[in-house]
Design a binder for this molecule. Structure first.
Ligand SMILES: Nc1ncnc2c1ncn2[C@@H]1O[C@H](COP(=O)(O)OP(=O)(O)OP(=O)(O)O)[C@@H](O)[C@H]1O
Ligand SMILES: Nc1ncnc2c1ncn2[C@@H]1O[C@H](COP(=O)(O)OP(=O)(O)OP(=O)(O)O)[C@@H](O)[C@H]1O
Ligand SMILES: [Mg+2]
Ligand SMILES: [Mg+2]
Lengths: 266, 266
C-alpha cells in the first residue's frame, strides 16, 4: 500500500506510522518501508541503524547479479511491526539509477521474498513524483493519498492521479487508488466541508470510468488535527505509546479497523 | 528576499502572498516572483496568464544573446503589488539547464533592470533544494525560512542552512538568513514552546560564529493557525481582501510592519 502525495507536509509519514502501529495492535503483521531520504518514518519510530545495516537504499541498488536479501533489511521495531529504514543516500538514487534497467521495479523485485510474511505493507513516499515514489507505486497494489481539505491541496490531485495512471498503464496494471485520508482535519469549517464535497463528487463521477481510482473514496474517519500527533515523533513513539486515548489515537485506531475490515475480505 | 524551505506545506506561499500584500498596503512597491512550477502563489493571487505572457520560465531560459525584458513579465495585480507568474514548464528547468553556463544566476541576471522599481522583492521557492531554489537564493540578499514549530520540521533546518552556506560561499557572499517565520502556530502547546526555545538557543549560539545566519532570529509575531488563511486562495484573494480583521490578517500585517521598520533602516 503506497502512501503518496507530491505535496509536502500533508501527513503521509504520520499516517503510515500510526496506521501501521494500529494494524500491528490489531494483531496484523505489518511492515513499513521508508522511501523518503529524509527518513522521517524511521525517525518517528525511534529507529537508529549503524552503517552496516541494510536500508531501502541497498534494496534499490541491489542487482540480479548480487541480490540483497530484503529480510536482512527489516528492523523489528515493535510487536507485529517491522520497518525497512531509509537513509539520506537514497536521494541520489534518481541520478544513480537514471539509465539502469528496470529502475522502476527495484523495490518490487527486492521485496518479493518478504510479502508472504506480512499482512500489510505500508510504503511511505517522499513529497515528489520521482523515482523513489515510482518504485513505491510499482511495488504496490493500492495507493492511499493523505491530504488536507484545503484548496491548494486539491490542485495537486490531478497531477498525482496522472502519475498513478501512467504507472498503471506502463508498469503495474493491478494498481488502484483506494482513496484519500483526510489529515489535519478541521471538521467544522466551511472550507473542509466544501473540499470534502468536491472530493466525494469527483469519486462518484469516477465510478463510471475505467480508471485506477474507480471505486476510490474518502476514507473514514478523517484524522483530526491534534498536537499530540506532532509531539510523539520527538520521543520516537507512535501515538498509541504517547497518548493512547487522545483524539489522534482514536482516529487512527478507527481508520485501521475500517481498513482491516475492508481488506480482510480479499 | 527568498522564502525557502525544502519541507513542503510549511507556509512559504501563504507567507509570501500575505506579507507582500501587507507591505503593498503600507505603500511599499512590492514584487512577488513565483519560482514554484505548482504556481500556488500565482493561483493564490487569482492571476491567470495567456500563453504568450512571459513567466519565470522565460526569464530562466533567457540568454545573453537574446535577453528577455523582465519588466514585461510582471503582472500588476494590485496597488503596489506586482507578480512574475510561474508556469508548470518550470519543473523542467532542472534538466534543461543542467549544464548551462551560469545556471544559478539566471534569475539574478534577468531581474537586474527591475530592482530599482521595487522596495521589496519576495521570492516564493518550491519545496526542494534544486535549481529553482538555488536561483532564488542567488538572486536574494535575505533568506526567510517559514516553518512549523514541529519536531520533524527542525530536522530539515540543518540541511537547509548547509545549502544556504554553499550558495553564500560559492555564488552570493552577501546572502544572509534574516530568520524564521513561525507558521500555522499553535501558541499554547508544550511542543511549540520547546521548538521555539530550541530555535532561539540555536540563533543565540550563532551570534558567535561567522555564518550567514549570524544575527538571524525567530521573526515576530508568529502566524497563528487560522482557517481563513487556507480559505482565501480558493477565491484568488489575499487575507486582507477576504477577512480584513481575522487573526491571520492581523498577524501578517504586524509581521510586515516589523519587517518594514527593520529593513527601512538599511
Ligand atoms: N493530524 C495531525 N495533527 C497535528 N499535527 C499533525 C497531524 N498530522 C501530521 N502532523 C504534523 O504535521 C507535520 C507534517 O506531517 P508529516 O511529516 O506526516 O507529513 P508528510 O506528508 O509525511 O511530509 P513530507 O512531505 O515532508 O514527507 C509534522 O510535523 C507532523 O507531526
Ligand atoms: N497560518 C495558517 N493557518 C491555516 N492554514 C494555513 C496557514 N498557513 C498556510 N495554511 C494552509 O496550509 C497549506 C500549506 O501552506 P502553503 O501552501 O503556504 O505552504 P508551502 O510551504 O508554500 O507549500 P509547498 O511546499 O507545497 O509550496 C495551504 O493549504 C495553506 O492554505
Ligand atoms: Mg513524510
Ligand atoms: Mg508553496
Amino acid at each position: 500500500m503506497a502512501f503518496m502525495n507530491q505535496k509536502g507536509g500533508v501527513g503521509k509519514t504520520t499516517t503510515v506510522v500510526n496506521l501501521a502501529a494500529a494494524l500491528a495492535e490489531l494483531g496484523k503483521s505489518t511492515l513499513i518501508i521508508d522511501m523518503d531520504p529524509q527518513a522521517h518514518a524511521t525517525l518517528h519510530l525511534g529507529v537508529e541503524i549503524d552503517e552496516d545495516h541494510l536500508s531501502v537504499y541497498d534494496l534499490l541498488l541491489s542487482a540480479e547479479t548480487d541480490p540483497v536479501d530484503a529480510r536482512r533489511a527489516v528492523v523489528k521495531t515493535r510487536e507485529n511491526l517491522g520497518v525497512i529504514p531509509a537513509v539520506t543516500d537514497q536521494a541520489a538514487v534518481e541520478t544513480e539509477l537514471a539509465n539502469a534497467p528496470q529502475r522502476h521495479l527495484r523495490l518490487r523485485n527486492a521485496i518479493q521474498p518478504l510479502l508472504s510474511e506480512y499482512e500489510y505493507v505500508l510504503i511511505d513516499c517522499p513529497p515528489s513524483l520521482g523515482l523513489l515514489t515510482l518504485n513505491g507505486l510499482a511495488a504496490s497494489r493500492e495507493v492511499v493519498v493523505p491530504m488536507q481539505a484545503h484548496f491548494l491541496a486539491l490542485q495537486g490531485v490531478g497531477k498525482l492521479l496522472e502519475t498513478v495512471s501512467l504507472v498503471a498503464r506502463e508498469i503495474n496494471p493491478k494498481l488502484r487508488v483506494s482513496g484519500v485520508v483526510l489529515s489535519m482535519h478541521e471538521e467544522n469549517t466551511r472550507l473542509s466541508k466544501e473540499i470534502v464535497a468536491d472530493l466525494e463528487q469527483f469519486f462518484k463521477d469516477s465510478l463510471q470510468q475505467d480508471v485506477p481510482w474507480k471505486g476510490a473514496r474518502v476514507l473514514r474517519p478523517a484524522i483530526r488535527r491534534n498536537i499530540k500527533l506532532a509531539e510523539c515523533p520527538s520521543f520516537g513513539q507512535t501515538i498509541f505509546e504517547y497518548a493512547r486515548w487522545c483524539p489522534g489515537a482514536m482516529d487512527y485506531a478507527q481508520l485501521a479497523a475500517n481498513i482491516a475490515t475492508e481488506w480482510d475480505r480479499f
